[in-house]
Design a protein around this ligand. Structure first.
Ligand code: SF4
Ligand code: SF4
Length: 307
């Protein structure tokens, strides 16, 4: 053995110190909340959207992935068999000489993570940006929810604007006023509008989301509706209209339209998952225009995001 396999630390808190399992901190992002932002991607989601572009953030624990293109086959199993991710060897990620194996997700103390996110504070101030916590579903589970709020509170106290990307379709343990005190913008998903279909396809209950949005809005929170437009799932006129109407009824003023893309496709096989949206083409410009008109006619300000 070239080295010993590193044991992944488990759990969301040690000795009372809140921690989060994070796959990545993306600096200088221009998408997730306005201005220049640093985005922390928390790992784990209880839902399963077939179009999810972050399959590496579905499981709640650190996990191995394998990048086929980087693999030089240096320590392939003698019998030619493969592991669950398709890798040809049993070498742990930290010993792979080609970085073809990678450990996704690291448990990070909230204080240390906040310090990293705050490194770019001057850029946030200049650009109207800030810190965004995304996922996965970053509010899934009580322990994680508290850790996320603790992280946002630290960033906020240091002067950074804060945002959450979330379904808000999870039971909330943190009271709305504390949530709103820590978070300047809630970027909330509006996906399949029909409740039965949403539950069947993704597991997301729009009624749970709506109840939480109503509480956040009542506490003075700013909510933006994020509408991923997914062929065959959320691109029909009825779905778009229903989502736009619901957002307005809830007191939301802006919708971000997120046209379908295939950026997540390559990640599925690396974590041993099947991708249901393979080969589905991106939306035509005319479709995006149609959707923008529908949402605007419901009285929402619309921003089309090119992510
Ligand atoms: S150690 Fe890395 S490069 Fe070598 S066979 Fe395994 S995955 Fe491929
Ligand atoms: S809620 Fe978000 S992270 Fe979870 S499966 Fe759906 S798209 Fe992926």
């Amino acid at each position: 053995m070239c080295c010993s396999a590193g044991a992944a630390a488990a759990g969301g808190a040690t000795g009372g110190v809140p921690r989060l399992c994070v796959t990545n901190v993306q600096r200088f992002s221009l998408h997730d909340g306005g201005g220049i932002r640093s985005v922390a991607f928390t790992k784990g989601c209880p839902f399963r959207c077939p179009w999810c572009c972050n399959p590496e953030n579905l499981s709640f624990e650190p996990e191995e992935c394998w990048h086929e293109k980087l693999c030089c086959g240096c320590s392939a199993r003698p019998d030619g068999s493969r592991d669950a991710n398709g890798a040809p060897c049993d070498t742990p990620p930290e010993c792979c000489p080609a970085a073809a194996k990678e450990l996704l997700g690291q448990w990070r103390a909230v204080d240390e993570l906040a310090a990293e996110l705050l490194r770019d504070l001057p850029f946030y101030e200049e650009s109207g940006g800030g810190v965004t916590v995304s996922g996965g579903e970053c509010l899934a589970g009580v322990t994680r929810q508290r850790a996320v709020i603790a992280l946002l509170e630290r960033c906020h106290a240091a002067g950074a604007a804060t945002a959450l990307e979330t379904t808000l379709a999870v039971p909330m343990a943190v009271p709305p006023d504390r949530l709103v005190g820590a978070c300047d913008a809630f970027l909330v998903d509006f996906k399949i509008a029909d409740r039965a279909r949403s539950l069947a396809v993704t597991g997301i209950d729009p009624l749970v989301r709506d109840a939480n949005v109503a509480r956040v809005v009542a506490a003075g929170g700013r909510v933006v509706a994020r509408m991923p437009v997914i062929p065959g799932f959320t691109d029909g006129d009825a779905c778009i209209r229903a989502n736009a109407r619901r957002a307005r009824e809830l007191g939301i003023r802006r919708a971000d339209i997120l046209p379908f893309h295939q950026l997540g496709e390559g990640k599925y096989s690396s974590v041993g998952l099947d991708y249901e949206m393979s080969g589905v083409p991106p939306l035509a410009e005319a479709d995006v225009g149609r959707i923008v008109s529908l949402v605007e006619s419901a009285g929402l300000e619309v921003v089309v995001r090119g992510e």
